[in-house]
Each structure stands twice: as structure tokens, then as C-alpha cells.
Design a protein around this ligand. Structure first.
Ligand code: DLL
Length: 434
């Protein structure tokens, strides 16, 4: 049995033990930031706080936030708290707008990351006997290498496929018989489609567990993936700024949200408008403070992800609820806040729709308009214009009732919406730039 085949002691530690470990680690991390990370120290000084002001975990609320723009301003290496000779890895976010954010790691950071990924894969039901097919992208994106190192640390056999070249993914799954796959949920559906295209039944594959993350997805999408591929699809959360995947992960035995690895990340939920810390159970923006990062001891990083903190199930570490979306992905359509994942959940209620959709936002006059393009399943394409119009009207009605927004639904033929090979693009914004 590998070292990571059974739970680590901290997974079953008492709440007191966990809180005392967190306080010690938080003190040390704030101290590292103060001593070695000038932009963080400047922030603390501007807010008139010092690491010594942290006497209890609640005192963290007095400390200032770090935001993505702080990382951009420090581009490329200004957020590294160690000299370059101690940095052993650099990742960067894709940066669709403006400069990318750069993340550095010491060897110690890589070791902790690998350990947390091994823990996550084990929590999902993996062990050293598994073969893990990694279909997350390898490269500057943290997904591929994060899963890779974790699976290796677990002692499993890793197949480092990366994303894309979907035909070949099917061949490798068929020939190598992996038992676990890591992929974004949208790419997993692309893989399922490709199985079908090749005349194969994905439910007959060797895969028994999928570890899905890197983008928002709904419970309905999970049901679809599990039914089509005949496996357990577990949720996995992370972000580059903390290190990558491996921040929170779902246990196979409870399947009730993502246990946040609180021995390495201290979570707070804040009101995104006021910045005030909210009580556990309330919905708001997740703020994370890494407790053990050497290269980037950030203080109170605002993730923009909206979720809630829930008590642990039989564990001291708390869970986060499935992330609804990022506050920057939220559309405001004539005053109504809309997340793509909410539309996804409604569309999933109509069995004739396939799980492929895209939202298009336009501004023909002064007001924003939303249209929802959704594919029908091949076996249920509309029989004529009347049938199509009725299906569209029904979906518009359901979206109005459940999400509260008026939109135009456009039913499109199977295969017309662009398939994902990584993070799905759910919104096409055609509004004129301000
Ligand atoms: O997506 C890291 C990752 C790789 C996570 C593989 C899981 C699996 P970034 O590219 O920096 O890092 O994007 C991070 O993706 O702030 C969330 O908005 C979103 N996200 C990640 N996991 C989930 C999830 C990786 N399970 C951003 N549910 C985060 C919803 C997720 N959103």
C-alpha cells in the first residue's frame, strides 16, 4: 500500500487541533509575507496592520485583501517571496484580458501540492493500484501537471494525455484501460460523444471515477456525465493563485460538496459588495489565505467564486458548496443577475435538450438582451417549425420562472455548438465595448 492510500491524520483531526494548526501556520505565513514580499507588506502597512496583530483566526478579518490586479501589477515575478534560485516551477493563467497572472513554486510548494492532489484523488476513491488518465491541459495551465504529480505521489500509474486530440483519447482509454480520468466536465462530454461517434459505448469503458473541475458545472450535468459514461463524477476545485487544482475536493463516500483542505488554505466568505466576513452557511465570495505557501504567501486572496461554507461531514475541515460561478461571469440582464450554471440547470430539466448550450448577450438598443442557444438530442430534433417554436417557448417560460430573466431560446441542430477541449466558453458577449 502506498503512503497516501489511507487517510492522513489531519483528515480525522479534531476541530481544536485543526484550528490551532491553522493559527500557527497563518502566523508564520503572514510573517513570511511581511518579511519577504514587499507588495504584501505595503498593503498591510497601508491598512495599519502587522502580523503580530493576529492573535486569533478571527483577527484575519482586519487584514487587507489581495486581488488579481495586485498579481498583474507585479507581473511577472514581483509576487515571489523567495529568490529565483529557490523557484522550481512557474505557471501562469491564460489571461484572456490583459497580462496573465504568474504563479511560482518552491520545491516545498510542489511537494505540498502533490500531497494535496494525492489526497484528493484518494478521497475520490483512487489508490496506488489505479491507472489515471489525465485529460486536463499540460502547460502553463495548472490542471495537467497538478493531477500528474498527485497521481504519481499516490503511486498510481499516470497517463499524461493532456486535453484535445479526442480521437486518440478514446484509443488510449480503450487500450490502456485507465480506471480514473481527470478532465473538465465539458470535455468529458466531448469524450463521451467521441465514443458514440466511433460506435463504442462509453459505459463499457474501464473508467469508474472522473475527477472534474476547472469550470462551473451543475448537478444536472453530473447526472448526465454519470449516466452517459457509467462512472462516478466527483467535483474538484482549485485556482492558479493558490497553486492550481487541489484546494477542495469531494469524497466519494459522501458526495456532498467539496472538502476544503483547510490545513493549507484558510477560507472566509465575504459579502462581495462590502467585504464583510459572512457567517458559515451564507452565500458570498470565497476568500482564501494560503497557510503554507513559500513562494507566494498571499493574504486574503479574493477568488471571485461564489459559494457557501458548510460544516464538515464527519470531519473538522469544512466543505464548500458547488461553486455557482465567478462574480465576473455573472451577467446582469435588465437588472437580473444570471449565471450560466443557472440556465444550464433549467435546460437540463428538458429531456429533449442535449447538454450543449451557449449564452449570447447583445445590446441592440439601450438594453441588454440574452439569447440562449441549445442543441436538441439527435433522437429528438424538432419535427417542424411548430414543434421547434413550442420547445423554445417552453424553455423561455421555464427560464423566466426559475431564473427570473426574459430571454430568447434558439433550438439548434445537434453538433452545431462548439465542443469544449478544456474550459467551456459559455458566454458570447456581443455588446459594444464601452
Ligand atoms: O482551473 C485549476 C483546476 C484545474 C481546478 C483542474 C480543477 C481542476 P484556474 O485556471 O486558475 O485554475 O481557474 C480557477 O476556475 O477560480 C473557478 O472560477 C473555476 N473553477 C475551478 N474549479 C471549479 C469547480 C484551475 N470545481 C477558476 N467548480 C476558479 C466551479 C471551478 N468552478
Amino acid at each position: 500500500m502506498g503512503k497516501f492510500d489511507s487517510p492522513e491524520p489531519i483528515e480525522t483531526a479534531s476541530l481544536d487541533e485543526l484550528r490551532s494548526l491553522q493559527l500557527d501556520r497563518l502566523n508564520a505565513s503572514l510573517r513570511r509575507a511581511w518579511d519577504h514580499l514587499p507588495p504584501m507588506r505595503a498593503k498591510l502597512e497601508a491598512a495599519s496592520v502587522h502580523p503580530d496583530d493576529l492573535k486569533s483566526l478571527d483577527d484575519l478579518a482586519r487584514f487587507p485583501f489581495t486581488v488579481k490586479d495586485d498579481l498583474r501589477a507585479a507581473y511577472p515575478f514581483g509576487m515571489f517571496a523567495v529568490p529565483m534560485e529557490r523557484i522550481v516551477r512557474i505557471h501562469a493563467s491564460s489571461g484572456t484580458t490583459g497580462k496573465p497572472t504568474v504563479v511560482g513554486y518552491t520545491q516545498g510548494d510542489i511537494d505540498i501540492w502533490s500531497g494535496l492532489m494525492a489526497r484528493s484523488i484518494r478521497a475520490a476513491g483512487g489508490s496506488s493500484t489505479d491507472i489515471v488518465h489525465v485529460a486536463y491541459g499540460y502547460g502553463l495551465f495548472t490542471g495537467g501537471l497538478g493531477f500528474h504529480y498527485g497521481a504519481e505521489r499516490l503511486g498510481a500509474a499516470v497517463v499524461p494525455v493532456s486535453g484535445g486530440a479526442t480521437e486518440r483519447q478514446i484509443r488510449l482509454i480503450t487500450d490502456f484501460r485507465p480506471t480514473i480520468i481527470g478532465a473538465t466536465p465539458s470535455y468529458l462530454l466531448t469524450i463521451a460523444d467521441e465514443f458514440a461517434r466511433q460506435g463504442l459505448d462509453p459505459r463499457q469503458s474501464s473508467l469508474r471515477v472522473a475527477i472534474c473541475g476547472a469550470e462551473p458545472w451543475s448537478d444536472a450535468m453530473r447526472d448526465e456525465i454519470e449516466a452517459r459514461l457509467g462512472l462516478a463524477a466527483l467535483n474538484h476545485y482549485g485556482l492558479s493563485e493558490m497553486m492550481g487544482p487541489g484546494v477542495a475536493s469531494e469524497y466519494a463516500d459522501t458526495r456532498d460538496g467539496l472538502t476544503l483542505w483547510e490545513d493549507h488554505f484558510y477560507p472566509q466568505i465575504i459579502d462581495p459588495e462590502t467585504g464583510a466576513v459572512l457567517a458559515d452557511g451564507e452565500e458570498g465570495e470565497l476568500v482564501l489565505t494560503p497557510l503554507t505557501r513559500e513562494a507566494m504567501p498571499l493574504v486574503r486572496y479574493r477568488t471571485r467564486d461564489l459559494t457557501r461554507l458548510l460544516p464538515g461531514t464527519g470531519r473538522a475541515m469544512r466543505r464548500i458548496e458547488r461553486v455557482k460561478g465567478r462574480s465576473d461571469d455573472m451577467l446582469i440582464i435588465r437588472g437580473v443577475n444570471v449565471f450560466p450554471s443557472q440556465i444550464e440547470a433549467v435546460l437540463a430539466g428538458e429531456p429533449r435538450f442535449a447538454p450543449y448550450y451557449v449564452l449570447e448577450v447583445t445590446r441592440p438598443g439601450r438594453l441588454d438582451e440574452l439569447s440562449v442557444h441549445v442543441e436538441t438530442r439527435p433522437e429528438s430534433t424538432p419535427s417542424g417549425e411548430g414543434d421547434r417554436a413550442a420547445l423554445e417557448a417552453e424553455a423561455e417560460h421555464l427560464i423566466k420562472v426559475h431564473v427570473g430573466v426574459t430571454c430568447a431560446v434558439r433550438v439548434v441542430p445537434p453538433g452545431t455548438i462548439e465542443r469544449s477541449e478544456g474550459k467551456a466558453k459559455r458566454v458570447i458577449d456581443r455588446r459594444p465595448r464601452a
